[in-house]
Ligand binder design. Sequence first.
Ligand SMILES: [Zn+2]
Length: 246
Amino acid sequence: MYTHRELGIREVFLLRERARQELILFISSISLWRNRERFEHFSTGPDLDIDSSELEKAEAALLSSKKRRDDSIQIMMGRGLANDLRAGTRPNESGKLLTAFFGILRETATGGDPTEKQLTILFNALNCPVHLLVWSLKRRKLEVTSAFFSRRAVAEVLVRYLNLIAECGPVHGVCEDCGVMFIRKRERRFCHTCSAKRQTYAHRKEYLRKKRKEYYWRDAEDDREFRNKTKSTKGTMHGKTKTGKR
Ligand SMILES: [Zn+2]
């Protein structure tokens, strides 16, 4: 479905790696949002989908982008900045945004399309203010950013991710057992929790025990059915069977 003939294997590999980085940034950015814990996506299993070294890398990248003070001209959003930053942590606001963003991700994981409502919420998040503009005198480069956990920054990272996976295919999946989303490695079909459950000895033992019980009951049922049949036919077949056996 997602194979593009014009892209080489190496190109696809690089695009998927970039998509993975954006998805990790998305997940780490919303980790501070209120109501995040209401959604299990990307947070199940004994260890999270992101290992801490990747989080640290993402944080270091963000910090380094903020450190350029000496050789730069900076323009920062003044009044309203604190209020805008707080908006993402308002329970209603964050709940609505997370529902929409996770909804979009779920659709794109399974080859579907987002709804107009979800896209409207994304649109409104993209219309939130830019917080910082930096002109680097040394590199003569312009950088325009919002705080990484702000609504706008999260919306922007989601847009970048969606555009990347349009090229290389999604790097996230929906668990076939419980519907929780996870970062996809190879062709994983289940989230951490469910695949761990499937792999544990206890689960396998339980599975075999159930199966055996099932077979036992089925055998017992068959036996009973057989006996009933023979019993019910006994009357009519009585003479015949006896003579046949003799
Ligand atoms: Zn699952």
